[in-house]
Design a protein around this ligand. Structure first.
Ligand code: MN
Length: 671
């Protein structure tokens, strides 16, 4: 176990090796002296001197090569919370930047909420808030997290697991988003150790056992490369690397393999000076060793969204030995390991080298302003913001960015709330898939919708995005509300009207029902909207003759549908039960549409849908329903049903004719 003097020495050594100026090192030394004095009598849960923690955090920061203020903050980050030191004092001694950084880090930890879940979620909310203001705060917080995770064993078991889980769900992905590859790996390894100690030990054991094999292979590969490169001017270095334990664990889980069956516990990395050399080395590697098909990835031409760049390939280096080789320049290597910390991105707020995609940060900013419950907030951050993204295509070729693990339902709700509510089925790349299936990057997803808005309660647990969950919940909440209102008005009606008026209103006393009973007819130029419903029978009251833009109110009459009065009409005062039977109405512009349903035999491909949709769009209509009876699929044709909505001035015969003429349509008839 290291004591504080050894660690302090290590901190200074690290700074020297990273070429910090003497005055920067002196600045950090001053920070250490002050923090050491203030924490002197305090201990950690491990029994160690408290100062061990801040020095360890500072060492991680120095390794990332961040500015001296950040390293000093690493040393001082707990003095305001845990000792009598004030921010003003820090400002006086170390300047405003350090005081602000310490304040940012302190604010994150200083939270007193009622339940654990709330506290957890609020901590994360504050942390991300601080991050948006100053990226440096989050880098310090992540270094803090690494050290806390590495001393987790001194906490109660239950707490260990909880913290480890949160690290996997939030902190490690966050480090990944920021391009802090080493931090991410470290956090994941430590979380694995806490959550699956046996597997963790196993992986370490096997990695160590593979050590000698590793050096043999590296020697063999280097020798062959050197022979090929002798005449060229390419300068390169070869590094071997042990794969990080968590990724080995993921592989075991994903392929349901034992550790003995995982062949690639280590890989090698070739570092060149220029991008051209990367590709040259790549070509040479493939000319010496046989590549494993499908394992080549060009992240230089197509960097990951966090800015990660590298070439990856897997080659056979022995009869049965596959080896992963990464090829990249020195700059790329630094960036991949230290992300924004390497490029000082947080200072300018500009994406490093213009390569990293910070759209997730924009999404994060939006979420911060949403009024989400603690639980929803946590899930949104975890499932939408920090999860890896994938791209899903609509049949028309529109691209949607979705979080990994999203289902067809998530996609339907992303396209449009209505599409979600009407979703009946889905196809991915032309194949029917279940609504709870996980979509894969690059899939073309077609949503099959029905006429009815028919979300199901169980969808809430099927979807991954909080957005979809919210929309489904909202739907049911509204339905519940409608039901209550309906009950209420039925009750009222029973009391007041039943004796004399059973003939007209029946037993369901809502504007909508009445409108359905009397045939729907809309005004020529002006329409009235009642609770969002436009297809209603109404008449204008003769007493006040309302006209737009008069303020109006509706009265559910016996036999004349809804009678529209001006709000200030004198006669409504004399209608006894006006208050009980009034409805809110608005003027809306009339948009009259007709709905038509068809049966057809068509090609069993996406083409017919696209073609019909183009025709319908041309006439400014919409497809309300489209579904294929897969059981009738004969290979070249299939039964399909669809329902379209067209503006009433469109002649359906013309549309019908155009659809009949489509190459993919073999037969069509009205349903
Ligand atoms: Mn700390």
């Amino acid at each position: 176990m290291s004591n504080k003097d050894e660690l302090y020495e290590k901190l200074i050594k690290t700074m020297k090796s990273k070429n910090y100026r003497d005055e920067d090192i002196d600045f950090v030394k001053r920070g250490y002296a002050f923090a050491e004095e203030k924490h002197r009598l305090q201990k950690r849960a491990s029994g160690e001197d408290y100062i061990i923690h801040p020095i360890s955090v500072a060492i991680y920061l120095a390794e990332m090569n961040v500015d001296r203020e950040m390293i000093a903050t690493g040393l001082l980050h707990d003095v305001v919370e845990d000792t009598d030191v004030t921010l003003d004092q820090l400002k006086e001694m170390f300047g405003e930047p350090v005081a602000l950084l310490v304040d940012g880090v302190t604010k994150i930890t200083k939270l007193k909420s009622s339940s654990h879940n709330e506290r957890q979620s609020e901590t994360i909310r504050k942390m991300l808030f601080a991050m948006i203001k100053d990226m440096r705060v989050i880098i310090i917080k992540l270094a803090d997290k690494i050290h806390n995770m590495s001393t987790l064993e001194f906490l109660p078991l239950e707490k260990q697991r909880r913290i480890a889980k949160e690290t996997l769900e939030i902190y490690a992905p966050l480090a990944g988003k920021l391009g802090l590859g080493l931090v991410k790996n470290e956090l994941e390894n430590l979380a694995l150790k806490a959550l699956k100690p046996n597997i963790y030990e196993q992986i370490i054991k096997f990695s160590k056992a593979a050590e000698s094999e590793k050096s043999d292979i590296i020697a063999q590969v280097s020798k062959k490369l050197n022979q090929k490169f002798e005449k060229s001017n390419i300068k390169y270095t070869i590094k071997s690397r042990v794969k990080h334990y968590y990724s080995v664990y993921n592989k075991m889980r994903k392929y349901n393999k034992k550790i003995e069956d995982i062949f690639d516990l280590y890989g090698i990395r070739i570092i060149t000076e220029t991008v051209e050399e990367c590709y040259a080395v790549f070509g040479i590697v493939h000319s010496i060793f046989k590549p494993v098909p499908g394992r080549f990835k060009d992240y230089i031409a197509n960097p990951k969204s966090n800015g990660y760049k590298s070439l990856h390939t897997t080659v056979m280096v022995g009869k049965r030995k596959a080896l992963e080789i990464q090829i990249r320049t020195g700059d790329m290597d630094r960036f991949n390991e230290y992300g924004i910390a390497a490029h000082w991105l947080y200072k300018t707020g500009e994406p490093a080298g213009g390569t990293s995609d910070l759209r997730w940060l924009e999404n994060l900013k939006k979420v911060q302003n949403d009024e989400l419950s603690s639980e929803d907030y946590y899930q949104t951050i975890r499932n939408d913001i920090l999860s890896e993204e994938m791209y899903i295509f609509s049949p028309k070729g529109d691209i949607y960015e979705m979080p990994r693990g999203a289902t067809p339902l998530d996609f339907a709700y992303r396209v449009h709330t209505e599409v979600g509510h009407r979703c009946k089925g889905a196809k991915a790349n032309g194949q029917i898939i279940p609504l709870h299936a996980q979509l894969k990057n690059g899939m073309i997803v077609e949503i099959i919708t029905g006429k009815e808005l028919a979300p199901k309660m169980e969808w809430i647990s099927m979807v991954k995005t909080v957005d979809a969950k919210k929309k489904i919940r909202h739907f049911f909440a509204n339905k519940e509300k409608e039901k209550k209102e309906q009950q209420l008005s039925t009750e009222k009606k029973v009391v007041k009207e039943q004796p004399q008026n059973q003939d007209i209103t029946g037993n369901k006393f809502t504007p909508k029902k009445i409108a359905e009973k009397v045939s729907a007819k809309t005004g020529d130029k002006i329409a009235i909207e009642v609770d969002g419903e436009t297809n209603l029978l109404f008449t204008f009251a003769k007493c006040c003759k309302p006209n737009p833009p008069n303020e109006i109110v509706g009265f559910i009459s016996r036999g004349r549908g809804i009678v529209i009065h001006r709000k200030d009409c004198k006669s409504i005062e004399h209608i006894v039960d006006f208050e009980d039977r009034k409805v809110n109405v608005n003027w809306v512009r009339s948009s009259v549409t007709n709905v038509y349903s068809f049966f057809m035999k068509t090609e069993p491909t996406n083409r017919s849908y696209l073609e019909i949709s183009n025709v319908v769009k041309k006439f400014k209509g919409a497809i309300l329903e489209y579904h294929i009876d897969e059981s009738t699929n004969s290979g070249d044709k299939v039964d399909a049903y669809f329902t379209i909505e067209l503006p009433s001035n469109v002649n359906i015969d013309v549309v019908f004719k155009e659809i009949t003429a489509l190459p993919s349509v073999q037969f069509i008839n009205a349903r």
